[in-house]
Write a protein that binds this ligand. Structure first.
Ligand code: LLP
Length: 486
């Protein structure tokens, strides 16, 4: 413990504690438990053992938790839009941008989800991991010919289930490639519904002044529909809307559903074409810390969308469409944690205006990862929490900031959390809810290697993504003398 800490006054703070698994189960993989010896365990494996036998930092995926979440999405969509209730069926496509690996593709597809992709890399991985092409979608506001070609040639030329057209110009691009490949492309149109929802301006996508989708009310949608109708190699299957990400409540989804139904009715009247499907994108939020509310449940969202679609279609006099969604974050974020080893611990002496909770000091706890494995706090100001994984401590709490090892001061993993004052080098810190947009947005900044992802279940652990090595990084540089070449 540092001298500064010893001399601090340990009055109780306005608490910013990381909730234990039994206090906020929604923040933790379902198998997480604190053992009697204070060690945290996930999938029946102690995090101390994982750190010793594998590596830190590491992402740890509770495989059963991911399976459960995928199963819930797939079955709730199937049930709420069940043909037996007079609806036209429902689907859930896992948004691979949240985190994709072959193991994840196999896990979620086995539970009934399709895969939503947004690049050649995601598409190729989904296909190579064995996803059924007819249950794959492709997004992108600027699709490359190579992406469209790969989408249309999948499944021996049958093509993937849906390509989301994002602009007027894309119609001719897909028509040209589909004609060359002598195939028919199944397309849906991504529209801007005008709805603005979600946690941050950068991840809100349904409103007008952003790059995704075609305008619903400025003539663009009609232009795209007319162009598709005039394209012999395109088949219009429906409309799509993604209104944003990290959304709580059901209102944004139900509003978008009503708008898509109204637009489908308009297309039916003006073009004589019934649209068999609508897709409401992803966006359901998760809690990242004890400050966040418990998120809206999958069932509540699906049920609200079903009610909105049903009443809208009845009012508009159009047939029920099949309804799909593309949940990324809510499928995988809470199924993973990040585990780090604590290194340098120091206290910054702050000015008088530092605020009551800080009492003139801020504790900085540096770990062996950072903004390269979780950019979200730096990029979006996202607020995570953290707790000791190797022990519990009865030491007084100190308002702490968990930082990485990169050379910039914005390299923060947890902005504010109360951690025991005796947290020190060698301890393990675990940050929950890092399954979405952590690994997938990881970088090699400062030439740090990306951590691996450990899958845990039934007391067993294995890499589902191995950690990068320095040799992996150097392999891209033709000017480097590689091992054995000197
Ligand atoms: N579908 C489409 C068309 C999307 O653009 C997205 C996310 C999703 C589905 C999945 O959304 P989710 O269920 O995961 O919210 N990097 C940001 C999130 C960006 C989301 C972009 N699109 C973050 O870390 O918060």
């Amino acid at each position: 413990m540092s001298e500064t800490t010893e001399s601090m006054d340990h009055r109780p703070l306005g608490e910013l504690l990381c909730p234990e698994p039994d206090e906020r189960p929604d923040l933790w993989p379902w198998s997480t438990r604190r053992r009697e010896d204070g060690v945290l365990e996930i999938g029946g494996v102690a995090l101390t053992q994982l750190a010793r036998d594998f590596a830190t930092p590491a992402f740890i995926l509770d495989r059963a938790d991911l399976r459960g979440r995928a199963r819930v999405w797939a079955s709730v969509m199937a049930e709420e839009f069940w043909e037996g209730y007079g609806m036209a069926g429902g689907d859930a496509f896992y948004a691979g941008k949240a985190f994709l690996s072959s193991d994840v593709v196999r896990t979620v597809t086995k539970e009934g989800m399709g895969i939503d992709t947004a690049s050649l890399g995601e598409l190729t991985l989904a296909l190579r991991a064995g996803a059924d092409p007819s249950r794959i979608g492709l997004h992108g506001n600027n699709k490359l010919d190579s992406e469209i070609e790969s989408a249309l040639s999948a499944g021996n030329g049958v093509g993937i289930g849906r390509i989301f057209i994002d602009s007027v110009g894309e119609v001719a691009q897909i028509e040209r490639i589909a004609a060359r490949l002598a195939t028919k492309a199944k397309v849906m149109i991504r529209v801007k519904t005008g709805i603005h929802a979600g946690g941050n301006a950068y991840i809100s996508t349904g409103h007008e002044d952003q790059k995704f989708g075609v305008g619903a009310y400025d003539g663009q949608l009609d232009e795209v529909v007319a162009a598709i109708e005039a394209s012999p190699h395109l088949k219009l299957c429906g409309l799509h809307s993604h209104v944003g990400s990290q959304i709580f409540g059901t209102a944004a989804f139900t509003q978008a559903a009503r708008i898509l139904c109204a637009l489908a009715a308009h297309i039916m009247t003006d073009f004589g074409r019934p649209l068999p499907e609508i897709d409401l994108g992803g966006g359901l939020g998760v809690a990242y810390s004890g400050d966040d509310p418990v998120p809206t449940s999958v069932l509540e969202v699906a049920r609200a969308i079903a009610a909105a679609v049903k009443s809208s279609c009845e009012e508009l006099g159009i047939p029920f469409p099949r309804v799909s969604v593309e949940p990324g974050r809510s499928t995988i974020a809470p199924a993973m944690v990040s585990c780090y080893r604590v290194g340098a611990v120091k206290d910054a002496t702050l000015g008088e205006d530092a605020g009551e909770a800080l009492r003139g000091h801020r504790r900085y706890i540096a770990v062996d990862g950072g903004m390269s494995d979780n950019i979200r706090p730096a990029l979006y100001g996202a607020r995570y929490t953290a707790t000791l994984a190797n022990r519990v401590s009865s030491a007084p709490l100190l308002r702490s900031r968990v930082v990485g090892k990169h050379c910039e001061s914005g390299d923060v993993i947890v902005w504010d959390v109360d951690l025991p004052a005796d947290t020190s080098s060698g301890d393990l810190l675990v940050v929950p809810v890092t399954g979405a947009y952590g690994y997938s947005m990881a970088s090699n900044y400062n030439m740090l290697t990306k951590p691996g992802v450990l899958g845990v279940e039934n007391g067993e652990a294995e890499w589902i993504m191995r950690p990068q090595s320095i040799d992996d990084l150097l392999a891209l540089d033709p000017g480097v003398h590689h091992r054995g070449e000197l």
